[in-house]
Design a binder for this molecule. Structure first.
Ligand SMILES: NC(=O)c1ccc[n+]([C@@H]2O[C@H](COP(=O)([O-])OP(=O)(O)OC[C@H]3O[C@@H](n4cnc5c(N)ncnc54)[C@H](O)[C@@H]3O)[C@@H](O)[C@H]2O)c1
Length: 298
């Protein structure tokens, strides 16, 4: 296996970071996972450092000697960031800046940031503002210290290792446990879901030279309204589950398109092969079914 260099993955114990760490590992990179908690997904070849991204010393000692650095750490949930704005700013903006500072000093070849399609939107509240601030700071570090970057703007993800902050995970878990799915809102929102394996593969592909100092959109290939997705899931359960629509309780999420605000234009990363949405969801239902203890009679 070729040694392509050393990579630190901040937030590498989480949903996205752990999959990207696996892809980097499989591609021949030497991977160090840095997270505030032990990763349950650590593979034999990956090293683990437990620490806080707000700890400047811990961050710089991991970044020192790395060729590439990914940041997936921080508050990834819109509701959580709105419930605790100060913590959102601390983790997402200050934490990311501490990593940027260490990367500039260590002269890493690339800093890769997990941003979101919400940077284009007026929705997303504090979470979106933290992502916009981080993108601007990353561009500033490039201008001031020549730190090369790639900003990844992810769309809606699903697949193994997701938890109850992930919409597809919560819908499928409720269907399996209760025989119904409750949707707050009318389900008219459009989304392009991408399987985590495709997103993780793309996140490694962008280490190519052509992606230096670029804003890259990584999202799904099939646009779907949430209500159509729900009816597709219902059919997968042979119409034996109920779909219940209740009035929306927040309006933090976008409806049809995130594109209302214009930060730096992003290029969309495409691939010839990808996980079909229907098959990916079916596989997720099987995985969840096997992991759940209490199941509804379907
Ligand atoms: N999941 C999605 O659909 C999605 C979409 C767009 C963008 N993103 C972005 O991708 C990144 C990762 O998202 P995720 O879904 O994997 O979230 P996640 O919560 O599963 O992973 C985040 C990881 O960061 C770690 N972490 C949190 N605070 C830390 C700290 N102070 N120090 C060290 N580690 C800390 C957590 O322990 C966790 O393992 C986030 O920045 C998120 O905003 C996610």
């Amino acid at each position: 296996m070729p040694d392509l260099g050393r990579v630190a993955v901040f937030g590498g114990a989480g949903f996205m970071g752990s999959h990207v760490a696996d892809c980097l590992d499989a591609a021949g990179y030497d991977v160090i996972v840095f997270d505030i908690r032990q990763s349950p997904y650590l593979s034999g070849a990956q090293q683990m450092v437990i620490g806080d991204i707000l700890d400047e010393q811990a961050v710089s000692s991991v970044v020192e000697g790395c060729d590439y650095v990914y940041n997936f750490a921080g508050i990834a949930d819109i509701d959580e960031a709105s419930a605790n704005p100060l913590q959102g700013v601390r983790c997402n903006i200050i934490g990311n800046t501490i990593i940027l500072e260490a990367c500039a000093k260590a002269k890493v070849k690339r800093f890769v940031f997990a941003s979101s399609l919400y940077v284009y939107s007026k929705a997303g509240s504090i979470y979106r503002s933290t992502k916009q601030a981080c993108e601007l700071l990353i561009e500033n570090y490039r201008e001031l210290f020549g730190l090369p970057y790639t900003i990844l703007r992810f769309g809606s993800l699903y697949g193994p290792r997701a938890d109850n902050r992930n919409i597809i995970y919560t819908m499928l878990t409720q269907a399996l446990k209760e025989g119904k799915i409750t949707r707050y809102g009318d389900g008219e929102e459009l989304r392009e879901y991408i399987h985590i394996h495709d997103a993780a593969r793309g996140s490694v592909e962008i280490l190519g030279q052509e992606f230096i100092n670029q804003h890259i959109i990584i999202t799904g290939y099939q646009k779907m309204r949430i209500k159509d997705l729900l009816f597709m899931i219902k059919e997968m359960f042979e119409n034996k589950i109920e779909i219940e629509f209740l009035p929306a309780n927040t309006n933090l999420h976008y409806e049809i398109t995130p594109y209302t605000f214009a930060p730096k234009t992003g290029r969309r990363l495409t691939s010839h092969t990808y996980v079909d949405l229907g098959q990916g969801i079916l596989e997720t239902i099987h995985d969840l079914y096997n992991s759940l203890e209490i199941k509804h009679e379907i």
